[in-house]
Design a protein around this ligand. Structure first.
Ligand SMILES: [Zn+2]
Length: 400
């Protein structure tokens, strides 16, 4: 196999994706690949249906070279993929085309929340079916499925070591789903998929080294080094929530003591606050967290001390991350508003003052609150990058 040609093909496709529209000559400059190779490789990609030429519609008389510059762009219809997130009571799905546009989105409600694997596979199929039906597509229109599930996942093997949403450990989930739907499956944990969503569609499109910390019912993390998600060797390389912040500390859901999550996650805060029932009105778990935060804001000393400690421990954990990785950017990412105290400016100030001080600016820390199918879009991005690579590798023709 011509490896150098192979890597220049992915570099060029990646550069076209980032630029959205770009002329061949600029592509050569940007990637440091010779104009002759750019011409050959892009001709191949046009033949395969991965990219297409666009001629700018209106050209002013001041046009730089006096004739239309033909740009290249990804071909939206080259692939349609489904991106899924398996959550406690729902499976949510987005359909995304090759340029990253969401074509449809759908939330499927499941009754059994920790089902046997076969039932989960059926639920996933039904969720995809319902989404396709919304826009009159069929399974055959899909090129791949990206799937996100919370837990400890080995993406390379498509293997789930453990997930809170399955009744079985050590499951070859990607293989099972592939057999059921006959499509390539790209499986990863939720935090890595958020990192991919930020990398391909979000705040980190121009950053090769960044960290995403996700805060939902647990604390997750995705590490991107030199444009690649770092996954460790056992598929559990970024368990930020289970880094230890206290010797012989609070009991974590993982069974160990002193984990960051045991001080920061909603269950941990509620556990601590449960001794003081006067803090809560009636309601579900989310409502209770809201009650706790409201009580803290109103100056209730118990609520305030629980929330303050959680924020301080979170800040300590993040400073450690920065000291270890020295990333360009940290994105604090979450769907729910209920963790506002962790995003507070005072917390970020503590982080800034706790990291190694040098004569260079600290990494940017940005807060990205989203409610728009972020994990699912990350799963779709993973699948799109995967099918594009497969297509480049196999020379698989996708011309419609
Ligand atoms: Zn733990």
């Amino acid at each position: 196999m011509d490896l150098s040609k192979d890597s220049s093909r992915s570099a060029l496709l990646d550069a076209i994706r980032r630029a959205k529209r770009i002329a061949r000559i600029d592509l050569a400059q940007l990637t440091d690949i010779s104009p002759a190779t750019v011409t050959t490789v892009t001709a191949d990609m046009i033949r395969q249906g991965l990219i297409e030429e666009v001629i700018p519609e209106e050209l002013t008389s001041q046009s730089r070279r006096g004739r239309p510059r033909v740009n290249l762009k990804l071909r939206a219809d080259a692939f349609l993929v489904a991106g899924l997130k398996v959550a406690e009571t729902t499976i949510s799905v987005v359909l995304v085309n090759f340029v990253g546009e969401v074509v449809a989105q759908h939330t499927y409600h499941r009754t059994e929340t920790r089902p046997a694997p076969e039932i989960l596979i059926t639920q996933i199929q039904q969720a995809i079916d319902a989404t396709l039906a919304d826009v009159d597509y069929v399974f055959e229109d899909l090129s791949a499925v990206g799937l996100g599930i919370a837990g400890i996942v080995d993406a390379k093997r498509g293997f789930v070591h453990w997930s809170p949403f399955l009744n079985t450990r050590n499951l070859e989930l990607a293989r099972m789903l592939k057999e059921a739907v006959n499509l390539p499956i790209f499986l990863d944990n939720d935090a890595n998929l958020v990192a991919m969503a930020e990398q391909y569609l979000g705040n980190a499109q121009n950053t090769g080294n960044f960290i995403v910390v996700t805060i939902e019912s647990g604390v997750g993390m995705g590490i991107v080094i030199d444009n690649k998600v770092y996954r460790g060797t056992r598929g559990c390389g970024a368990e930020f929530g289970h880094t230890k912040v206290q010797l012989d500390g609070a009991l974590c859901r993982c069974g160990q003591r002193g984990c960051l999550e045991a001080y920061v996650a909603d269950y941990a805060l509620l556990r601590e606050a449960s001794f003081d029932t006067s803090l809560f009105k009636e309601g579900g778990a989310e409502r209770s967290i809201q009650d706790l935060l409201t009580a803290a804001r109103k100056g209730d000393p118990t609520a305030k001390s629980i929330i303050d400690r959680s924020s301080r421990i979170f800040a300590m954990g993040l400073s450690n991350l920065i000291n270890l990785f020295d990333p360009e950017l940290i994105i604090l990412s979450g769907e729910r508003m209920s963790f506002d105290h962790l995003y507070a400016e005072e917390v970020i100030e503590v982080i800034r003052s706790s990291i190694v001080q040098v004569d260079a600016p600290p990494p940017d820390i940005i807060v990205h609150k989203w409610g728009d199918f972020m994990w699912e879009r990350g799963a779709a991005a993973f699948a799109l990058v995967g099918v594009a690579e497969m297509s480049l590798r196999d020379g698989l023709d996708r011309v419609a």
